[in-house]
Design a protein around this ligand. Structure first.
Ligand SMILES: [Zn+2]
Length: 371
C-alpha cells in the first residue's frame, strides 16, 4: 500500500506560490488544510521555545545541527527526522499547526536526498502501521536558507492544501525450493534469504542517478544462485527454501509479508540465514549479526556458524556491529528480522557498510568478486 503527496497539493506563503519539492520540501505524507499566520522565531536553540506561545501558528525557525549526531550512515536522509525529533515534535505538541524549517548549510546538502525519499511517499503491507490512508496532520516543511530573509515580513500567512494519493504498488518475493534427501528431516526447512530491490533512479550523486545496488544486494542474490546450484547437485538432509525478498528497502516488506503469509508452515523453518551486502570491504573480515545476546535467537546456530567459519574461510568476525549500543542498529535493518521476532533461529551475514552505501557508486565495478 503506497501513499504519497499529490502533485495537486499547493503551498502559498503570502502571495508567493511555492513549487512543491523545489521551493518547499514536505517531510511527512499526510493531508492538511492550513491557513495560519506565520510566527518567525529565529534560530533553533537560541530562542527559549517554552516562552513562546505557538498555538495556532505556523512556526518558522532556522535549523542548526547542534546536538545532533551526524556520524551515522545516510545522515542526509535522516537529517529532517533528527531535526523533527530535536525541535519539531515539541512545537506540534504545544499547538503549532505547521512548521517551516529554514534549511542551514547541511539542510541544503540534504535537500535532494530528502526530496527523493519524500516524493515517493510511504509504503507498507496490509496490517502495517502505514498501510491505511494517513490522517490529517500539521504539515512539516523545509524552505531554502533565503527564506530567512523574506519570512520575517510582518503579517505573512501560510496557506497549505496538501492532498494524499493512495494506491497499491507491486512487489514480489522470489522463492525456490530444493527438497532435502532425508525422509524425516526433509520436512524441515533452512531458509536462505536476500532481497531484490535497491533504490531505483534518484538524486544524482557523482554524475550518476542509477542506484545499482551491486553490493546491496545483488552480491547476496548471486551467492544464493551459486548456493542453489551447489544444493541442486548435492542437496542437504533438510529442504532448502531460497527467498529473495521484495521491497526490503521499503521497510522489510517482503519478509514481513512472507512471515504473515508463509508458503510453508512457519514451524517447519529451523533457521533463516540472511545475507545483506557481502561484496565489499576487507576481504578477510565479515560480521554475523544475531550471534550475540540480546540479538541471538539460538546459541546452537551461532556455534554452528562460528565452527563453519573456523573450518572454512576463517573470516575475522566483527563483534561491534551486533552490540545493542551500536549506533547503526544493523541487526534491525534486514530481512531476517521478522523471522527472528517470531523466535526462528536467525543470522545475518554481511561485510558491513562502506561510503558508497545507498548511492549510485554501489556499482558492479566496486565489488570484490574474487574474495
Ligand atoms: Zn540491503
Amino acid at each position: 500500500m503506497r501513499h504519497r503527496i499529490s502533485p495537486s497539493s499547493s503551498i502559498r506563503i503570502g502571495d508567493k506560490a511555492l513549487a512543491l519539492w523545489d521551493d518547499v520540501l514536505i517531510t511527512q505524507t499526510a493531508p492538511a488544510d492550513v491557513n495560519a499566520s506565520i510566527l518567525y522565531i529565529g534560530k533553533a536553540g537560541e530562542a527559549d521555545l517554552n516562552q513562546i506561545d505557538v498555538k495556532g501558528k505556523a512556526v518558522a525557525l532556522h535549523v542548526v545541527p547542534d546536538g545532533i549526531n551526524l556520524n551515522v550512515s545516510l545522515p542526509e536522509w535522516r537529517y529532517s527526522r533528527y531535526v523533527m525529533n530535536k525541535y519539531g515534535n515539541d512545537l506540534i505538541e504545544r499547538g503549532a499547526v505547521a512548521i517551516l524549517f529554514i534549511a542551514d548549510e547541511y539542510g541544503e546538502h540534504s535537500w535532494p536526498y530528502v526530496q527523493a525519499n519524500n516524493i515517493l511517499g510511504t509504503f507498507d503491507i496490509e496490517g502495517g502501521a502505514r498501510a491505511a490512508a494517513p490522517k490529517a496532520a500539521p504539515p512539516i516543511m523545509w524552505l531554502h536558507p533565503d527564506a530567512g530573509e523574506w519570512i520575517k515580513t510582518e503579517g505573512l500567512e501560510l496557506h497549505a492544501s496538501l492532498r494524499v494519493e493512495s494506491f497499491t504498488y507491486p512487489s514480489v518475493n522470489i522463492i525456490g525450493k530444493i527438497p532435502g534427501t532425508d525422509p524425516i528431516l526433509s520436512k524441515e526447512y533452512v531458509v536462505l534469504s536476500g532481497h531484490t530491490d535497491a533504490h531505483g533512479i534518484r538524486n544524482v550523486i557523482n554524475n550518476d542517478s542509477i542506484y545499482y545496488g551491486a553490493d546491496d544486494n545483488a552480491s547476496v542474490n548471486v551467492a544464493m544462485f551459486a548456493t542453489a546450484k551447489a544444493l541442486k547437485k548435492s542437496p542437504g538432509k533438510r529442504s532448502a527454501l531460497l527467498i529473495i525478498h521484495g521491497a526490503e528497502e521499503k521497510g522489510l516488506l517482503g519478509s514481513r509479508y512472507f512471515t504473515a503469509h508463509p508458503t510453508i508452515p512457519l514451524a517447519s523453518i529451523v533457521t533463516i540465514l540472511n545475507g545483506d551486502m557481502i561484496g565489499r570491504n576487507n576481504p578477510d573480515s565479515a560480521a554475523i549479526l544475531g550471534s550475540q545476546v540480546p540479538h541471538q535467537t539460538s546459541a546452537t546456530l551461532t556455534k554452528m556458524a562460528y565452527d563453519a567459519n573456523a573450518e572454512g574461510p576463517q573470516f575475522k568476525l566483527d563483534t561491534l556491529w551486533d552490540k545493542p549500543e551500536h549506533i547503526e542498529g544493523w541487526f534491525f535493518r534486514s530481512d531476517h528480522l521478522p523471522y527472528a521476532r517470531l523466535g526462528i533461529p536467525s543470522l545475518m551475514y554481511t561485510t558491513l557498510l562502506h561510503p558508497d552505501y545507498h548511492t549510485p557508486q554501489d556499482s558492479p565495478e566496486n565489488i570484490d568478486y574474487k574474495s
